[in-house]
Design a protein around this ligand. Structure first.
Ligand SMILES: Cc1cc2nc3c(=O)[nH]c(=O)nc-3n(C[C@H](O)[C@H](O)[C@H](O)COP(=O)(O)O)c2cc1C
Length: 192
């Protein structure tokens, strides 16, 4: 269902990169999306995910919760959708991304991912990250949210032409990202 956005207000998307390296192509996928976001979309880039400590239930209490975690949850809470750009490491997600997701999945039953629209994009090696998409997609689908998967954004050897500032030498990649952004937009509007 597509809804007239003028009657529903703007859409906030929070983008996060699962790679920490300065020249990361996944950070490039976040910043390319920020560049291409439609006019009615506010695209916000999250801080580096290594500001979050490893998940520790002893820290996950109102008194002990680290500020960085409280801020991460608040940013996600304020967003309609998450744009997660994830490198494939040994067929799975990078540790910082998995850790960031784990923080969002507690407390059980009222966790921060519930009701969010999620868009998973990957720039990997030769396979483009399709295995991490399958693996993370399965995990995220259990958490009461809407996964946007079409068109698939799985960029093979993306580091060769996707720069961390969001510029890209391949117009087909930009086209795919723009299309996915519209799919995210429509998924958010359908939930309103
Ligand atoms: C530890 C490690 C494991 C990797 N494992 C895979 C893998 O299983 N499949 C794949 O397609 N690429 C794999 N790669 C390649 C990365 O996905 C690729 O270099 C990607 O561009 C990294 O993302 P970045 O450019 O955002 O840093 C691996 C790279 C590293 C460092």
């Amino acid at each position: 269902m597509t809804v007239d956005s003028e009657t529903t207000g703007s859409i906030t998307v929070l983008g996060a990169s699962g790679s920490l390296r300065a020249a990361s192509s996944n950070t490039g996928l976040v910043r390319l999306a920020a560049r291409l976001a439609p006019d009615d979309m506010v695209f916000v880039e999250a801080p580096r995910l290594d500001v979050l400590p490893f998940y520790d239930a002893d820290l996950d209490t109102p008194d002990a919760l680290p500020t960085a975690v409280a801020e991460w949850r608040a940013r996600v809470e304020a967003a309609d959708a998450l744009w997660l750009a994830v490198p494939e490491y040994n067929w799975g997600p990078s540790a910082v991304m998995k850790n960031a997701i784990d923080w969002l999945t507690r407390p059980l039953g009222s966790h921060t991912l519930r009701g969010k629209v999620l868009s998973l994009v990957t720039s990997g090696g030769g396979g483009g990250g399709t295995r991490v998409q399958a693996q993370l997609g399965e995990i995220l689908a259990l958490l009461g949210n809407t996964m946007v998967t079409d068109p698939q954004v799985a960029i093979a050897n993306g580091a060769q032409y996707l720069r961390a500032d969001g510029t890209c030498d391949d117009p087909a990649v930009a086209e795919m990202v723009a299309e996915r952004l519209l799919a995210v937009r429509n998924a958010v509007l359908a939930t309103r």
